[in-house]
Design a protein around this ligand. Sequence first.
Ligand SMILES: NC(=O)c1ccc[n+]([C@@H]2O[C@H](COP(=O)([O-])OP(=O)(O)OC[C@H]3O[C@@H](n4cnc5c(N)ncnc54)[C@H](O)[C@@H]3O)[C@@H](O)[C@H]2O)c1
Length: 316
Amino acid sequence: MKILVTGGAGYIGSHAVEILMNSGHEVTVLDDCSTGHADSLPPTARFVQGSLLDSDLVMRALKGCEAVMHFAGKSLVGESVEKPDLYRKVNVAGTKVLLGEMNTAGIKKIVFSSSAATYGQPDSSPVSESAHCAPTNPYGETKLAIERELSTAALTQGVAAVSLRYFNVAGALETNRGWLSERHDPETHLIPNALRATSESPLRIFGRDWNTPDGTCIRDYVHIIDLIDAHVRALKFLEASTHHVFNIGSGTGYSVAQVVAAVSRVKSSPLATIDAPRRAGDPAVLVANIDKAEMILNWRPERTLDQMVEDTFKAI
Ligand SMILES: NC(=O)c1ccc[n+]([C@@H]2O[C@H](COP(=O)([O-])OP(=O)(O)OC[C@H]3O[C@@H](n4cnc5c(N)ncnc54)[C@H](O)[C@@H]3O)[C@@H](O)[C@H]2O)c1
């Protein structure tokens, strides 16, 4: 299939490009490299460099494509609080441009990177797709707004859409050009930050007095290769005039202390940590209920926390 991958130079998008091309798909990447890296792309990928907000460029990028995987966007929660307009512009208005140009080009298939941030602080965990969505930051609000745009496009344009609500993505993939990896600046994700911690710059543990077995917060992590597998299955599953939402996580939580232990095991030395107060707005536990993805997409993650940590360690 000929697929447009928006945000294909970013962490998750570049893994998707690699896996799609290795399985025989033809890929075009649209990316403005604002947080992505052109050197993550295979030399044989068709690369259109520029913004989602440029409708002429989007039209050119879509030429010949049959489906879209939409990863492009802004995704730092803290930055979204400081610059909500930027997040609305790039994420929501950018997706509207994409959907408009897809309509003009007659392209009806889209798989979108949504987020657990759409839920905010759910009342119970594991959280399922039917839970009430009440995002607690502009980033989560934009993801929910995009999901609504996709529902509208399904009704009015006959679009077949899937939104995958990722929890925490980790891990890396080895290619014949070396390891692809997470190259965010600033990095806000726990596993790469834990791997980079030193005695001079220890990992901060935000609260050890949560109502969890070891007192640290519990989160859900999914290996990036399992995540891209979910995209491939979603692409095959797409139904005309319908927008489906699936949680994509491990379905099992790991505490911050368990991540610290995994990093210490992989590095064969105890990880330097420092205790810090709880952060406002952090739920004690946030874990995905992945029954729907298991039942409908026949998807289940295969890789463990240790493999996510090991692969990230090799890649960074
Ligand atoms: N990493 C995670 O754990 C996680 C969790 C939930 C959801 N997501 C979502 O997955 C997607 C990919 O995340 P990531 O971690 O790979 O982020 P990333 O920042 O590495 O990738 C995003 C890519 O989009 C590109 N981009 C940004 N604005 C653009 C624009 N206007 N036009 C064209 N390209 C643009 C960037 O240059 C970058 O290459 C994002 O939509 C993010 O919200 C990620």
